[in-house]
Design a protein. Structure first.
Length: 255
């Protein structure tokens, strides 16, 4: 059993910390005298009273010393000394050395440093800017100078009516006090079926659009009625009928 040093709780021999207060338990060892478990830092065994801190005396082994006999010195033979007058080669003559005549080596003189001249930057030459040549005038052909003009060809009277070029809205009808017509059809045959304010042609760039503005007998494009509020883009060859019965008819042309 291991007694906790904090709360004196007995713990098993293999415990690492106290079961009651979780305090780390001291390590244990075995008594060399009786074999009981004792703490590693204990001075005496609690069972047999053995002094755990006594150091055993280690005796060194005895080494046997034997005597060694030294042989007597031998006097050298004088004849051997004569034969080997210089066995180590001390008195031998040194080897012959050959002298090599010295060679003259010419060392070039060191360059003499002259005065340090300042580095003068090269002048920067600005590029000469030339004005671009103007483009040659565009030569327009006579056909390009002509403006596309819309025309109405009256089929019953075999008469051509040119649409005004300075108007964006061209009124078609007969004379009245509200909106005077730009194209007056009062002189054409069967003009009684045409309203005084009948239809408008609107010019937007190169495009021509026609719309009915509330006529009594309606406006027809290629024999189809044009509903009020809708407009139709005119193309060359379109057939425009003012009123029913195809009695006042125009063909739209571009020239």
């Amino acid at each position: 059993m291991i007694i906790c040093p904090n709360c004196n709780h007995p713990n098993p021999d293999a415990a690492v910390q106290c079961e009651a207060c979780y305090t780390p338990l001291p390590t244990t060892t075995t008594c060399p005298s009786c074999g009981a478990n004792v703490q590693a830092d204990a001075a005496f065994c609690g069972q047999c009273g053995y002094n755990l801190r006594s150091t055993p005396v280690v005796t060194e082994p005895t080494v046997a010393v034997t005597s060694v006999e030294v042989p007597p010195l031998v006097t050298p033979d004088p004849m051997l000394e004569l034969l080997q007058s210089d066995p180590l080669g001390i008195n031998t003559q040194p080897p012959t050395t050959y002298s090599v005549p010295p060679t003259l080596v010419t060392i070039p003189p060191e360059p003499v440093a002259g005065p340090i001249l300042p580095i003068v930057p090269e002048p920067v030459v600005a590029p000469v800017l030339t004005a671009p040549e103007p483009d040659p005038p565009v030569q327009l052909s006579p056909t390009q100078l002509q403006q596309v003009v819309g025309r109405l060809f009256h089929l019953q009277g075999n008469q051509e009516v040119e649409l005004p070029q300075n108007l964006s809205v061209i009124h078609i009808g007969k004379p009245n006090d509200r909106i005077p017509p730009d194209i007056d059809v009062a002189g054409f045959s069967n003009s009684e079926i045409v309203s005084r304010i009948h239809a408008d042609i609107r010019v937007e760039g190169d495009a021509y659009y026609i719309e009915d503005v509330g006529s009594s007998n309606g406006t027809y494009i290629n024999n189809l009625p044009l509903l009020p509020g809708n407009r139709h883009r005119l193309r060359p060859g379109d057939r425009i009928s003012l009123g029913k019965g195809d009695l006042v008819t125009f063909l739209f042309q571009l020239s």
